[in-house]
Structures are given as structure tokens and as C-alpha cells.
Design a protein around this ligand. Structure first.
Ligand SMILES: *[C@@H]1O[C@H](CO)[C@@H](O)[C@H](O)[C@H]1NC(C)=O
Ligand SMILES: *[C@@H]1O[C@H](CO)[C@@H](O)[C@H](O)[C@H]1NC(C)=O
Ligand SMILES: CC(=O)N[C@H]1CO[C@H](CO)[C@@H](O)[C@@H]1O
Length: 508
């Protein structure tokens, strides 16, 4: 008992120090960045609400392999990977989850996962993007979902994770066309109909903001479009296409949410959410200009796609700055889209500092940084190796607090959070353990202060293909030896740590 109280008072001390930093966050930059990392260090699984869910995840293209097997056709990610991005690494085989899922589900069970986040490959299920369902694809996802359920692991399913069927990209430009709304909804309907008796948590689109910006402005994620001035050989228009794509994503999401509510909610009783990439966002200095630029950054990265789903329209800042390049919702669309969201999924890795810069024209990195008129600088904790993320756990607290206060405390799932390290550098991945300890602790602080955060999915379960680095970096609890024909999985220190945590042991 004494020990517990002692722990609690130590934690409160830490809490209040961090709260001070957060509430005065215009002063954040005056603190050495290492102090930003203060978060509850002592806690256990039991400190979270009983219905809070902990898991891990992966996605179809990164995990399944069997890219040309049993009727699957390429997605825009296959095309992107095969055209030399991410050092030419591709998902043709990767972790071969298509054949190895049974062993992996057993490993999840042994690790203690309560839930698993996976995505469905649209082009495996419906190879032409629309039309006939592929029976082998259907069988695979039924098998995987059944395997999870029979091990007591709840599936959380994403419908689109950077992997639109290439057939639809070729036919009408994919997400650039409004035709996507109808095809996406029809695909979602197949998923709800076939899997919805066992799946209660659906995410329509993963990282809508990064897909639109990275895929159509920077050209660094599928489908790799951008203005030719940004990258030689790039096709597209970095200052218009991201906004068109963002708009169509919102319309497709909202149509899907309404379909679920109308046809499936009463019987299946599930939830349909949307996912965005997030950062902790702090001003570079406490000067008024940087504080205002920080608010703009929230509006552009979070508000751009979340405001319409909650309030029915884009943030004023975004409308004013993007003007004619920003598509407009009709009054009817605005009414339909408003409130079409059961939860927000956030992917969160690190924090950025925002520096006001009215003169900015370097649209080579984020084309819309000229719309934002600010520079985004990775928070540098000084001692972070360049192949890892600066560790700023308070950034997650701050993000969750922001979502709570601005959007009326909607349910949140942390869909991705994890530390990047060199692949197979070592199985003793101590920095990853420290990262999880800090971020999960910071999330606990947010929950204690009333955030409606309901789940956490560590990225990622296995070392498979990574979107930006191919096989160069890894985030997994388990190392996968790609040179071994059996693709053997080896637990890292972080797997033991997470497993201990999930089994109720304290994190010290
Ligand atoms: C805790 O939550 C309250 C109520 O939402 C809020 O006013 C306060 O700023 C939060 N505290 C911190 C430190 O974020
Ligand atoms: C992108 O579109 C804008 C607005 O239509 C136009 O002014 C600009 O020239 C286009 N840029 C490219 C690279 O096509
Ligand atoms: C440095 C390091 O951890 N290397 C490991 C890479 O993975 C193989 C298993 O395939 C281990 O045997 C090595 O120790």
C-alpha cells in the first residue's frame, strides 16, 4: 500500500510538472527539449479504464505478401514500390502473412494483445476495384478474422491504407475523381456485409492527410504524384490535387459512415471512424507570430479533414488561404458530412516546431507549406540518433488534449505509435522500450484528465515492409529474418516489455 501511494505521489509530481509545461506551451521552447519528455513513468495496465483496449497492428501490403497470388491485382502501392521508391523495396513477399497468419496470431496471443489492427487489400477482395468479389480473397480475410476472434483478439479493420486498386487509378485517376465515392462505398459494403458480424471497428481511410499531401503534393507515398517542379518526372499539381483528393476522401468517408448507420449499425452495433497523421505541434518561439502559425498548422493538418466531419466545413484559415483551389461543400453535402464520425484514429510518432515564415516559397517539401506560411521543424531532443524519432511523449498528451477541447471530446484511438530503429541493428531495442514507456504514460495522463481515448495500437507487430524506408528501418516487436526461407520471427526486448505490461506487471 505504501509503495502504491509513494508511486502515486511521485507520479503526481511528474504530472504537475508536465501540466505546467503544457499549459504554458508558448514557453515550451525555453525548456531543453529533454524535459518535454517528462511523463508518468510508473503505471500499469490496471491504471487504464477496463474497456480501454491495447493492441498492435500491421497493414495488408506491408504484411501479406502473396501479391500476385489467388487473384489479387496490383494496388497503387505495388506500382509505387515497383517504380523504385523506398530503395526499391516491395511487398511481393515481405512477411508472407498470407501464409503465416496462424503462427502470427498465436504469437499475438502469447504476447497478450487484446486487439489487432489490420487492413483489407481492396484489390485482393475485389480485383477490378468494382464488380465481382474474389472468393480466395474473401476466404483469406474470413480465415484471418476467425483466427483472431478464436484467440480472443478483436480485429480493428482499415479499408484503405495507401492501396487503392491500380485498376481505378488507371480508369479515372482514383481519388482525384468523384467516381471514387461510389466505388469506395460499394467496397465498404462488401466488407460490412461479409465481415461485420465479427468486426466492430472500421476505419475508412488511413492517414487521409498524409495520403493527400504525401501522395499528391510531395510525391513520396503512393500514388507518388506532384508538380514536375518538385521532382523530375513527377506528374500532377502539388497546389491543387491534395485538396481535391482530401475533398473526395471526406465525401467517400461520409457516404460510407451513412451506409453503415442505415444498413448495418442496428444489427452489427459497430463504429466507423477516420484516421489522420498527427504531430505534437509547438511554436518555435513564444513570439506571437509563431503562436499564430502553430494554430494555422493545427488547422491545416488536423482541422482540414476533421473540422468538416465534426462541424460540416473546412476551417476558416484553410478557406481563406487556399481560396479557389479548395473545393466547396454544397449546403446539402455540408449537412450530410457533419457528424459523420464515430471516432478519430490518430497515428502519432513525434513532435514538430512551427516557425512563422510569410516569405516561404519552398514548396519542395510540403507544397502547401506556402499556404501555411510556416516552416515545420522536427523537434530535436539533441541526443536522438538520426535514424530514430525525437522522443517527445508530452506531444501525445498535448494532441489528445487538443482534440478533446476543440472537438468536444470525441472517442479517440491511437492507431499507430512507435519508435523507428535500424532493422536488425539489435534485438535489445532499449530506445523503443523507453519510447513506449513514455508515450503510453503520457496517454494515461491524458486519459486521467478526461480525454476520451479508448485504445492504443503500438506500431508495429512485426518487422515487415515500411512505407518510407522499405526494409531499411523497423518498428516491430518481432524481428523477421528476411534471409531465412522460413522468415522466422524473433522477439525483441520491446516485445517482452509490452507483454509484461499487458499482463498487468508494472512498467518499472
Ligand atoms: C485538463 O482538462 C481540463 C478540462 O478539459 C482543461 O481545462 C485543462 O487545461 C486540462 N489540463 C491540462 C494540463 O491540459
Ligand atoms: C496547378 O493548378 C493551378 C490552378 O489551376 C495552376 O495555376 C498551375 O499552373 C498548375 N500547376 C501545374 C504545375 O500544373
Ligand atoms: C545485430 C543483430 O541483432 N543481428 C541479428 C540479426 O538477426 C539474426 C537472426 O536471423 C540474429 O542471429 C542476429 O544476431
Amino acid at each position: 500500500m505504501d509503495r502504491r501511494e509513494n508511486k502515486r505521489s511521485r507520479m503526481e509530481k511528474k504530472d504537475s510538472r508536465r501540466m505546467f509545461i503544457v499549459s504554458l506551451y508558448s514557453l515550451v521552447l525555453l525548456f531543453p527539449a529533454a524535459q518535454l519528455a517528462a511523463a508518468a513513468d510508473y503505471y500499469s495496465r490496471a491504471d487504464f479504464p477496463a474497456d480501454f483496449v491495447f493492441g498492435s497492428g500491421t497493414t495488408a501490403y506491408q504484411y501479406e505478401g502473396a501479391a500476385f497470388q489467388d487473384g489479387r491485382t496490383p494496388s497503387i502501392w505495388d506500382t509505387f514500390a515497383h517504380s523504385g521508391h523506398a530503395s526499391g523495396a516491395n511487398g511481393d513477399v515481405t512477411c508472407d502473412g498470407y501464409h503465416k497468419y496462424k503462427g502470427d496470431v498465436k504469437l499475438m496471443k502469447d504476447t497478450g494483445l487484446e486487439a489487432f489492427r489490420l487492413s483489407i487489400s481492396w484489390s485482393r477482395l475485389i480485383p477490378n476495384g468494382r464488380g465481382p468479389v474474389n472468393p480466395k480473397g474473401l476466404q483469406f480475410y474470413n480465415n484471418l478474422i476467425d483466427e483472431l476472434i478464436s484467440h480472443g483478439i478483436r480485429p480493428h479493420v482499415t479499408l484503405h491504407h495507401f492501396d487503392l486498386p491500380q485498376a481505378l487509378e488507371d480508369e479515372y485517376g482514383g481519388w482525384l475523381s468523384r467516381k471514387i465515392v461510389k466505388d469506395f462505398t460499394a467496397y465498404a459494403k462488401v466488407c460490412f456485409r461479409e465481415f461485420g458480424d465479427r468486426v466492430s471497428f472500421w476505419t475508412t481511410v488511413n492517414e487521409g492527410n498524409v495520403f493527400a499531401l504525401g501522395g499528391y503534393s510531395q510525391g513520396v507515398v503512393p500514388p507518388g504524384r506532384c508538380s514536375p517542379s518538385i521532382k523530375t518526372g513527377c506528374l500532377g499539381n502539388s497546389s491543387t490535387e491534395p485538396y481535391i483528393v482530401g475533398h473526395n476522401i471526406l465525401l467517400a468517408h461520409s457516404a460510407t459512415w451513412r451506409l453503415y448507420r442505415k444498413k448495418y449499425k442496428a444489427t452489427q452495433k459497430g463504429y466507423v471512424g477516420f484516421n489522420i497523421y498527427t504531430w505534437g505541434i509547438v511554436p518555435y518561439t513564444n513570439a506571437k507570430e509563431d503562436v499564430l502559425a502553430t494554430q494555422r498548422a493545427y488547422d491545416f493538418f488536423i482541422g482540414w479533414l476533421i473540422d468538416p466531419l465534426i462541424f460540416g466545413n473546412y476551417p476558416e484559415t484553410v478557406k481563406q488561404r487556399v481560396q479557389g483551389r479548395l473545393p466547396v461543400f454544397t449546403k446539402y453535402e455540408s449537412e450530410k458530412i457533419k457528424g459523420s464520425l464515430d471516432f478519430i484514429g490518430v497515428n502519432h510518432y513525434t513532435s514538430i516546431l512551427v516557425k512563422d515564415d510569410p516569405s516561404i516559397h519552398d514548396i519542395d517539401k510540403w507544397a502547401f507549406s506556402s499556404d501555411l506560411s510556416a516552416k515545420l521543424i522536427l523537434a530535436n531532443t539533441g541526443d536522438t540518433p538520426s535514424d530514430q524519432y525525437p522522443m517527445v511523449p508530452s506531444g501525445l498528451y498535448q494532441l489528445l488534449e487538443y482534440l478533446k477541447q476543440v472537438y468536444g471530446n470525441p472517442p479517440i484511438y491511437v492507431h499507430e505509435n512507435g519508435q523507428k530503429m535500424r532493422r536488425n541493428g539489435t534485438l535489445i531495442d532499449t530506445p523503443r522500450v523507453e519510447y513506449f514507456r513514455g508515450y503510453i504514460g503520457s496517454m494515461l495522463d491524458a486519459v486521467k484528465n478526461g480525454s476520451n481515448t479508448k485504445g492504443y495500437f503500438a506500431w508495429t507487430f512485426l518487422d515487415c515492409l515500411e512505407l518510407l524506408d522499405g526494409y531499411g528501418s523497423s518498428y516491430g516487436f518481432y524481428y523477421v529474418d528476411l534471409d531465412d526461407k522460413d522468415l522466422t520471427r524473433y522477439p525483441k526486448l520491446s516485445a517482452h516489455w509490452y507483454s509484461n505490461f499487458l499482463q498487468g506487471k508494472s512498467t518499472t
